[in-house]
Design a protein around this ligand. Sequence first.
Ligand code: CU
Length: 173
Amino acid sequence: MKAMLKDGLLAAFALALCVVPVRASDVKAGDLVISQAWSRATPSGAKVAGGYLTIENKGAAPDKLLSVSAEIAGKADLHEMTTENGVMKMRPLDKGLAIEPGKTVKFAPGGYHLMLQELKAPLKQGDKVPVTLEFEKAGKVAVTLDVQGVGAQAPSDGGQMMKKMPDHSGMKM
Ligand SMILES: [Cu+2]
C-alpha cells in the first residue's frame, strides 16, 4: 500500500510538472491556432492512444473540426468523454466539433480527444507523432503530437481510467 501511495505522489508530481508541456510550435491555419498537441506513451500491446491539443479560433466566423487521421493509426476518430452517473463514456463526434469565433476548445483527458486506434507501433515518450486534422474551412492541417510519459497529465490516473473502460478498444464504429 505504501508503494502505491508513493507512486500516486510521484504521478501527482509528474502531473504538476507536465501541466504546461514544452511549448511545441503553434500551428496556424487561417484563423485557427493549434497548440499544445500531445499524446501519452502507450503500454506495450495497447492498440489505442489519445491525442490532445488546443484549438483557438481568432477569426470572426465559426469553423468546424471534421476529422482526424494519422499515419501511425489504422483508424482515428474524434471522441468526447463524459461522465454519466459516475460512469465514463466515450462517444464519437460524428458531426464534427464546432470551433466558435473567439473561443478556445481544449482537447484533454476526460473530455474531447483524438482517438488513435489500430496503432501500428507503440507511442514512446519523446516521439513526435504527425496527425492531420481536417476543418470545414481551414482544410487539412498537419499537427505533431509530442508524446509524454505514460502517466502524463492524466486527471486522476489515465491508465486506470482506460482499464475501467472495457469497451474502449473494442468499440465498433
Ligand atoms: Cu476515445
